[in-house]
Design a protein. Sequence first.
Length: 202
Amino acid sequence: MNNRDIIRQSRILDKLDSHTLNMYDTTCRWLSKGIFLWVETKGTGHTFISVHAESGISVFTYGRYADTGPLGLTGDGVLIWLQNNEAIEYMSTELYRMEAQVYNIRDADIFAIMRYFKGLWYTGKNIGGVYAPESTKKFGKIIDIYDVTGVNCTTHSVKALNFAVTITAIDVNFGHALPLKGGKHITTTNYLIHDQALNHRG
Protein backbone atom coordinates (compact mmCIF):
# COMPACT_ATOMS: atom_id res chain seq x y z
CA MET A 1 0.00 0.00 0.00
CA ASN A 2 1.44 3.38 -0.96
CA ASN A 3 0.64 6.89 0.23
CA ARG A 4 -1.81 7.42 -2.61
CA ASP A 5 -3.78 4.40 -1.39
CA ILE A 6 -3.63 5.57 2.21
CA ILE A 7 -4.92 9.09 1.70
CA ARG A 8 -8.57 9.29 0.76
CA GLN A 9 -9.04 11.26 -2.42
CA SER A 10 -11.01 14.46 -1.98
CA ARG A 11 -10.44 17.94 -3.32
CA ILE A 12 -9.79 19.85 -0.10
CA LEU A 13 -9.26 17.82 3.04
CA ASP A 14 -8.71 14.15 3.87
CA LYS A 15 -8.95 12.58 7.31
CA LEU A 16 -6.41 9.84 7.97
CA ASP A 17 -8.11 7.21 10.15
CA SER A 18 -6.28 5.93 13.22
CA HIS A 19 -6.30 2.34 11.96
CA THR A 20 -4.37 3.36 8.86
CA LEU A 21 -2.00 5.50 10.89
CA ASN A 22 -1.27 2.70 13.35
CA MET A 23 -0.29 0.37 10.52
CA TYR A 24 2.77 2.49 9.92
CA ASP A 25 5.93 3.36 11.74
CA THR A 26 5.44 5.47 14.86
CA THR A 27 7.82 8.09 13.55
CA CYS A 28 5.23 9.22 10.96
CA ARG A 29 7.93 9.22 8.29
CA TRP A 30 5.45 7.64 5.89
CA LEU A 31 3.29 10.77 5.63
CA SER A 32 3.39 12.09 2.10
CA LYS A 33 4.68 15.54 1.19
CA GLY A 34 2.10 18.11 2.20
CA ILE A 35 0.45 20.00 5.06
CA PHE A 36 -1.33 18.22 7.90
CA LEU A 37 -3.68 19.52 10.59
CA TRP A 38 -3.56 17.62 13.90
CA VAL A 39 -6.38 17.72 16.48
CA GLU A 40 -6.11 16.03 19.88
CA THR A 41 -9.07 13.96 21.03
CA LYS A 42 -7.92 13.52 24.66
CA GLY A 43 -7.29 15.92 27.50
CA THR A 44 -7.88 19.63 27.14
CA GLY A 45 -7.19 19.36 23.44
CA HIS A 46 -4.70 20.96 21.10
CA THR A 47 -4.41 21.81 17.41
CA PHE A 48 -1.18 22.16 15.45
CA ILE A 49 0.23 21.89 11.94
CA SER A 50 2.96 19.75 10.42
CA VAL A 51 4.62 20.50 7.09
CA HIS A 52 6.26 17.67 5.15
CA ALA A 53 8.62 18.76 2.38
CA GLU A 54 11.57 17.30 0.53
CA SER A 55 13.87 19.37 2.74
CA GLY A 56 12.45 17.85 5.94
CA ILE A 57 9.56 17.89 8.40
CA SER A 58 8.46 20.88 10.48
CA VAL A 59 5.90 21.10 13.27
CA PHE A 60 4.45 24.46 14.26
CA THR A 61 2.60 24.41 17.56
CA TYR A 62 1.25 27.48 19.39
CA GLY A 63 0.13 27.81 22.99
CA ARG A 64 0.76 28.88 26.58
CA TYR A 65 4.23 27.45 26.89
CA ALA A 66 5.73 30.19 29.08
CA ASP A 67 4.41 32.72 31.61
CA THR A 68 0.63 32.80 32.06
CA GLY A 69 -1.85 35.23 33.54
CA PRO A 70 -4.48 34.61 36.25
CA LEU A 71 -6.24 31.23 35.90
CA GLY A 72 -4.09 30.46 32.88
CA LEU A 73 -6.54 32.14 30.50
CA THR A 74 -3.95 34.51 29.07
CA GLY A 75 -0.19 34.64 28.83
CA ASP A 76 2.76 34.65 26.49
CA GLY A 77 1.69 33.30 23.13
CA VAL A 78 4.55 31.02 22.12
CA LEU A 79 5.10 29.53 18.67
CA ILE A 80 7.31 26.44 18.80
CA TRP A 81 9.05 25.30 15.63
CA LEU A 82 10.27 21.70 15.72
CA GLN A 83 12.21 20.16 12.86
CA ASN A 84 12.94 16.62 11.71
CA ASN A 85 13.71 14.31 14.68
CA GLU A 86 12.13 16.65 17.24
CA ALA A 87 9.10 17.07 14.99
CA ILE A 88 8.76 13.31 14.48
CA GLU A 89 8.97 12.64 18.22
CA TYR A 90 6.29 15.27 18.89
CA MET A 91 3.95 13.85 16.23
CA SER A 92 4.39 10.32 17.57
CA THR A 93 3.48 11.47 21.07
CA GLU A 94 0.41 13.29 19.81
CA LEU A 95 -0.69 10.36 17.69
CA TYR A 96 -0.47 7.68 20.36
CA ARG A 97 -0.68 9.39 23.76
CA MET A 98 -3.18 12.10 22.82
CA GLU A 99 -4.92 10.08 20.09
CA ALA A 100 -4.72 12.96 17.65
CA GLN A 101 -6.75 12.95 14.45
CA VAL A 102 -4.74 13.89 11.36
CA TYR A 103 -6.05 15.72 8.31
CA ASN A 104 -4.28 16.27 5.01
CA ILE A 105 -4.97 19.81 3.72
CA ARG A 106 -4.67 19.15 0.02
CA ASP A 107 -5.06 22.68 -1.37
CA ALA A 108 -2.56 24.44 0.89
CA ASP A 109 0.78 25.61 -0.44
CA ILE A 110 3.87 24.40 1.43
CA PHE A 111 6.01 27.42 0.61
CA ALA A 112 3.25 29.84 1.66
CA ILE A 113 2.61 28.24 5.04
CA MET A 114 6.34 27.97 5.76
CA ARG A 115 6.72 31.65 4.91
CA TYR A 116 3.82 32.49 7.24
CA PHE A 117 5.11 30.56 10.25
CA LYS A 118 8.78 31.41 9.75
CA GLY A 119 7.86 35.09 9.52
CA LEU A 120 6.13 34.90 12.91
CA TRP A 121 8.91 32.85 14.48
CA TYR A 122 11.85 34.95 13.30
CA THR A 123 10.20 38.21 14.38
CA GLY A 124 9.21 36.80 17.77
CA LYS A 125 10.93 37.43 21.09
CA ASN A 126 13.13 35.01 22.98
CA ILE A 127 11.55 33.35 25.99
CA GLY A 128 12.79 34.35 29.42
CA GLY A 129 11.46 33.64 32.88
CA VAL A 130 11.79 30.59 35.06
CA TYR A 131 8.63 28.67 34.18
CA ALA A 132 9.43 27.63 30.62
CA PRO A 133 11.38 24.39 30.03
CA GLU A 134 14.72 24.66 28.27
CA SER A 135 13.30 22.94 25.20
CA THR A 136 10.61 25.61 24.96
CA LYS A 137 13.23 28.35 25.20
CA LYS A 138 15.28 26.62 22.51
CA PHE A 139 12.52 26.05 19.96
CA GLY A 140 9.94 28.68 20.89
CA LYS A 141 9.44 32.39 20.32
CA ILE A 142 6.87 34.73 21.88
CA ILE A 143 4.80 36.09 19.00
CA ASP A 144 1.77 37.64 20.75
CA ILE A 145 -0.49 37.45 23.81
CA TYR A 146 -2.36 34.19 24.21
CA ASP A 147 -6.06 34.46 25.07
CA VAL A 148 -8.11 31.30 25.48
CA THR A 149 -11.21 33.08 24.15
CA GLY A 150 -9.74 34.40 20.92
CA VAL A 151 -6.03 33.84 20.27
CA ASN A 152 -5.25 30.17 20.70
CA CYS A 153 -3.88 27.10 18.95
CA THR A 154 -6.98 26.67 16.80
CA THR A 155 -7.21 30.26 15.59
CA HIS A 156 -3.51 30.35 14.74
CA SER A 157 -3.74 27.07 12.82
CA VAL A 158 -6.74 28.30 10.86
CA LYS A 159 -5.13 31.66 10.08
CA ALA A 160 -2.07 29.87 8.75
CA LEU A 161 -4.18 27.61 6.56
CA ASN A 162 -6.20 30.56 5.27
CA PHE A 163 -2.92 32.18 4.27
CA ALA A 164 -1.74 29.06 2.47
CA VAL A 165 -4.91 27.66 0.91
CA THR A 166 -5.00 28.30 -2.84
CA ILE A 167 -8.67 27.77 -3.63
CA THR A 168 -11.02 27.87 -0.66
CA ALA A 169 -10.28 29.19 2.79
CA ILE A 170 -11.15 27.59 6.08
CA ASP A 171 -13.64 29.02 8.56
CA VAL A 172 -13.48 27.96 12.19
CA ASN A 173 -17.10 29.09 12.68
CA PHE A 174 -17.24 29.44 16.46
CA GLY A 175 -18.49 32.92 17.16
CA HIS A 176 -16.18 34.83 14.84
CA ALA A 177 -15.26 33.99 11.28
CA LEU A 178 -11.89 34.73 9.81
CA PRO A 179 -11.77 36.39 6.38
CA LEU A 180 -12.46 33.87 3.65
CA LYS A 181 -10.91 33.71 0.21
CA GLY A 182 -13.68 33.53 -2.37
CA GLY A 183 -16.37 33.67 0.33
CA LYS A 184 -16.67 29.88 0.55
CA HIS A 185 -16.75 27.53 3.51
CA ILE A 186 -15.43 24.01 3.86
CA THR A 187 -18.14 21.95 5.52
CA THR A 188 -15.87 19.09 6.55
CA THR A 189 -13.42 21.49 8.14
CA ASN A 190 -16.18 23.27 10.03
CA TYR A 191 -17.26 19.86 11.32
CA LEU A 192 -13.69 19.06 12.32
CA ILE A 193 -13.02 22.28 14.18
CA HIS A 194 -16.38 23.64 15.33
CA ASP A 195 -17.34 21.01 17.88
CA GLN A 196 -13.83 20.76 19.32
CA ALA A 197 -12.58 24.33 19.16
CA LEU A 198 -14.67 25.56 22.08
CA ASN A 199 -12.91 23.10 24.37
CA HIS A 200 -9.62 22.66 22.53
CA ARG A 201 -7.73 25.87 23.21
CA GLY A 202 -4.14 24.58 23.11
